[in-house]
Structure formats: structure tokens, C-alpha cells
Design a protein around this ligand. Sequence first.
Ligand code: SAH
Length: 391
Amino acid sequence: MDVVEIVPSRPARASRPRPARHLADLGCADRRAAVAELGQPAYRADQLSRHYFGRLTESADEMTDLPASSRGELISALLPLLLSATRELTCDRGMTRKTLWRAADGSFVESVLMRYPGRVTMCVSSQAGCGMACPFCATGQAGLTRNLSTAEIVAQVFHGARGLARGEIAGGPGRISNVVFMGMGEPLANYTSVLAAVRRLSDPVPDGFGISQRAITISTVGLVPALRRLAAEGLSTRLAVSLHAPDDELRDSLVPVNRRWKVAEVLDAAWGYAAATGRRVSIEYAMIRDINDQAWRAEALARLLAGRLAHVNLIPLNPTPGSKWTASEPEVAATFQRCLADRGIPVTVRDTRGREIDGACGQLAAVARDPAAGRDPAAGRDPAAGRDPAA
Ligand code: SAH
């Protein structure tokens, strides 16, 4: 594993109450209006957008089609630095890169880039912290700091896309093909910013990065009203539901929001999403030893999913520092998987990319906030756990 400490070239401003406005927060018309407010021709908004979303640059020196005299003003008005990369860690032979970001108000968030044969997935955060309080998740234990702005979400993808284009990631220059909202935060609790971010990611250049909506996954604990609203947006994004238990009794404790919206309601909303989009829903299930990995729970899960447009993604639990829980025994996980497969439920096991760099679920930010919260991420985790089973 390599660790790179980064000194930001433009230091983020301290104590800003809200993230500054950025062109990625704005649709096309609003960008033009913002440029016109500066007394500059509106078409400069398109030029600036092309630099950001197409050429992947924020540097005045590279914007040679803009008059040198107005570059500084345009950049400070529409491309303010929102997130500073304070630490980067790579593993999996340079194919996985995790970035710890510090926002202008001092909040920390994380993003992870994972390169696989034929695709590159960017895992992004939608909130600093999370209010959902799932007890097995490092982010959940820290509580919610605030929602990220649209541009703060987009900035994480910008950084990955630029790094890939510049050949900073092992495997040569490339493009981001997939984005998953599986970093810190509950995306549907930050609905408006996340929706606008999906549009920015998927709109073609110069309005956005032109990433296919079908390759963008929104992962949720199951906030039912927001899920129903999402189904009516006319998007083709993929949906992942973090179920983790088929029964309300256990799910009430693993995913506390289940006390408000029960398994049946969450799944009903998920099937509504599948019907509206024609897309198979991914059911996320963290395998926690002796907690949710019993064969009878696999059978109960299979009954819930039978005949539905769904597949199950089993995630070996990545234990958080100090947690009493650990991942299921491999044989137990294999039995659980077989039990689903035998009942005709499509099931996969998620790979464990980035574990040695605290790749999952807010662990790096937890350490940044409070070094006592865990071991120094630079010290690494169990190296064997970071292996890519596909390799
Ligand atoms: N709030 C969203 C997205 C966040 S995390 C959601 O809950 O879906 C993405 C996935 O990682 C979720 O399925 C979450 O439950 C899971 N996760 C969180 N902590 C984990 C851990 N320690 N080990 C394995 N999976 C974890």
C-alpha cells in the first residue's frame, strides 16, 4: 500500500457555513446567468463547463480559449475549490485508490476508485457522516455532520476521472464507467443534491460527464417516500437496497430506520422502482457472523424475493474498530449463498477491494476525525482481506 500526503495547492477556506456555489451545482441556464452576472458573455459558461466536464481541468493555465484577464474571475466565481484531498491511499497493485477529503468547513468525506478488468467504479459519499445509525457501519456510528452539495459529490468523480485520464491509476489512461453512492451517507436523505448530481454525472459534455445512468447505483437503507419519489423521476439508475435481514425483528436493530418503514414496505417500494425502471434491484446483505447468516434467514430472504426483479449481493462484514461483530465463517456464507441460489435467487458475493486501506464505509474519515477511533489507516488492515478475489 502506498500513502501520499497531499498539500493542497489552493487551501480550502476555513469556517464557510455552506459550501460555495460551483458550476456543477447549476444547470445550463443558471450557469449562463451566473456568467452574465459577472458581465461576461454567456457562452463563457459553456467553455468553462467543457473544461471541467470534458477536459477535466480547473486550471486557469489550461483554459487558453478564455481571455487571460477574465479567467481568474470566472474560476473563483464558478470553480471554487470545495474539497481538498488530504490523504490518498492505494492498494490492489495501484488499481484501488482511496481519497480522504476535507471540505471547507472541516468536514471529512471519502471516495474510492476501483479498477476492474473492463470497468472503473467510483464510490462516492453523499453526506459528511450519516444519520441512519446502522451499528455495524463506521459512518453510522459517527452521526450526521451535513449534506454534501451537488458539486461536492461531483468533485469526487471529477478527481477520479482526471486521475484516470492522466494515467495516475495503474492500468493506463481510462474513464470512469460506473458510479456507486456507497460511500458515506444516505443518498435519499440528501435527495435534491443527489438527484442533481446524477444528472451532472450522466448529462453529456458540456453539461456533465456523460456517464450512463444505467451505470450509476443509488444505495439506500430504504427511505420509502423518497424511494417512491425516485421511481417517478424517469431515471434509469440502478437501485441497491441495504436489507441485511429478512425479518423486522433483526432489521430493527441492524438498520434502525426499519422501525419507521418495515421490510415489507421497503421491498414494496423497491418493486415499484423495478416496475418503473425495468431494472433489477440489488439487495445488499452484509454477512455478520451468528447474527444474520443462519440458513433459515436465507430461506426467509428467498421467499421475499421469489419471482421478483432482484438479485442479492452478499457483503462479507468489514468489522469496524471496536465492534463485537465480525464476518461470517466462509462455510456459513457459502451455505447461505447456496440456499438462495437453490431457490432460484440470483446471488453474488461482493469483492473486498480496499480493505487494507480501510476501504469500506467511513473508516478512514472516522480515523481522521479522531485518531483514537481506529488504527492509523496507514498502518494497514489485514493484508489478506484486501485481496481481490477476481485477480
Ligand atoms: N446509506 C446507504 C449507502 C451507504 S454504504 C446504504 O445504507 O445503502 C453502502 C453499503 O455498505 C450498505 O449496504 C451498507 O449497509 C454497507 N456497509 C456499511 N458498513 C459496512 C461494513 N462494516 N461491512 C460491510 N458492509 C457495510
